[in-house]
Design a protein around this ligand. Structure first.
Ligand SMILES: C[S@@+](CC[C@H](N)C(=O)[O-])C[C@H]1O[C@@H](n2cnc3c(N)ncnc32)[C@H](O)[C@@H]1O
Length: 376
């Protein structure tokens, strides 16, 4: 989907990334058009991040401006998933309640429904704040983010069978020999464990505690940043986090939006999952480097630099041919990518975005054009 009167930073087979204030970009979207808004905003931290933090006292009001628009733009069975890290109050080892005030306000005042509260445990998180945890040994390390899943209505689309996890070793044994392993009976908790408990459903129902280490290597993204000498985004979330909610709450072809996209982890997962996506961030430098997530390994350093420079120069870069190359492999959920460009040759940085967006994009320039006759 393209936004009227806005030039994308880049586009791929499945999505578009736009630079700007998400309040303005959201307003330009048609109402009731989104299946899922999944995002991680700047948190109300005491330690300032390079993209700026919001004060704890103003936080709910600040975020509510975006949430009001998100509500309007979601379809009736759409979801809004919000990852929020906890924070301490200034100068004392007391927790701020800012992340808990968000769901209360969103449900009481904006009309959202809290479908479920999730907790993302990141075992790789470093101990902080240093003063309370490392130096004075007064607090445990904080390694859990709250992830609020809101529905626009009480019945957001969801299918937990799309996110089954591996059975425990105990459960695997039970499935091998249900009769030998247990007898159906009522548990002390009152739960009736019947015969169907021994049925193999292909995996276990996940819990609302998501254990995901934020230590993935982001191959093409890191390579690109290194090549152009750019800093990596300081607050990327692991792709497993958006992957869980995209699979759980959307179907192939649905539209997913991240309004604080940063390095565009969400867009790149949506692309792999065969979902349409849009991503907004107010920093063009972040979006320029995020494009590397969609660049194939075969791209030369010179081509990566051209892509990066062109986005920074405000040109809309068409990466659709690259996606065709990168994702030759099947996406993880088995849906197939359908490239929209002709496939007789492999085009890298092929068309100009003006060809696609026609009159929506006034000025664009061809960046580089390479034909590769041998397909890998
Ligand atoms: C926590 S980071 C998101 C990181 C992202 N989840 C990732 O994996 O890379 C928050 C992002 O919000 C962006 N941001 C802050 N205020 C914004 C606004 N009003 N409109 C658009 N983007 C904004 C910042 O530039 C920053 O990149």
């Amino acid at each position: 989907m393209l936004l009227e009167n806005h030039t994308p930073a880049y586009l791929t087979n499945w999505g578009t990334a736009y630079c700007g204030d998400s309040l303005k970009l959201l307003a330009a979207l048609p109402d009731s058009s989104l299946n899922l808004v999944l995002t991680s905003p700047p948190f109300a931290l005491q330690r300032e991040k390079e993209y700026g933090n919001k004060a704890q006292a103003d936080y709910v009001a600040w975020l509510a401006q975006f949430a009001r628009l998100v509500f309007r733009k979601l379809k009736d069975d759409g979801s809004f998933v919000l990852d929020l890290g906890g924070a301490y109050e200034l100068g004392s080892p007391t927790r701020s309640l800012y992340n808990f005030r968000v769901p209360i306000y969103f449900c009481d005042e904006l009309g959202f429904h809290l479908a479920e509260d999730f907790y993302w445990h990141n075992p790789a998180k470093l101990p902080s704040p240093i003063e309370w945890v490392n130096k004075r040994k007064l607090r445990a390390k904080d390694s859990v983010n709250t992830v609020w899943w809101f529905g626009k209505t009480r019945w957001p689309k969801a299918n937990v069978s799309k996110v089954l996890t591996e059975y425990s070793d105990r459960m695997k044994k039970l499935l091998e020999d249900p009769e030998g392993f247990y007898t159906p009976k009522k548990r002390p908790s009152g739960h009736d464990i019947g015969k169907s408990f021994g049925k193999n459903n292909g995996g276990a129902i996940p819990s609302n505690l998501l254990q995901i280490s934020n230590s993935e290597s982001n191959g093409s993204y890191l390579r690109g940043c290194k090549t152009v000498g750019a800093k990596v985004h300081p607050a990327r979330f692991p792709s497993k986090l958006p992957e869980f909610f995209i699979r759980f709450l959307t179907e192939p072809g649905d539209l997913v939006l991240d309004i604080f996209a940063g390095s565009n982890t969400t867009g790149s997962v949506a692309e792999c999952e065969g979902r349409k996506w849009m991503s907004f961030d107010e920093r063009l430098d972040y979006l320029a480097t995020s494009s590397f997530r969609f660049c194939p390994e075969a791209m030369t350093d010179a081509e990566l630099k051209t892509t990066h420079n062109s986005i920074l120069a405000g040109e809309a870069v068409d990466l659709r041919a690259n996606v065709l190359n990168t994702l030759n492999q099947q996406p993880r959920n088995g849906t197939s990518h359908r490239p929209t460009v002709p496939t007789q040759d492999l085009l890298i940085l092929a068309e100009r975005a003006s060809h696609i967006a026609s009159d929506q994009i006034a000025k664009t320039k061809t960046i580089s054009y390479r034909r590769q006759t041998k397909r890998r």
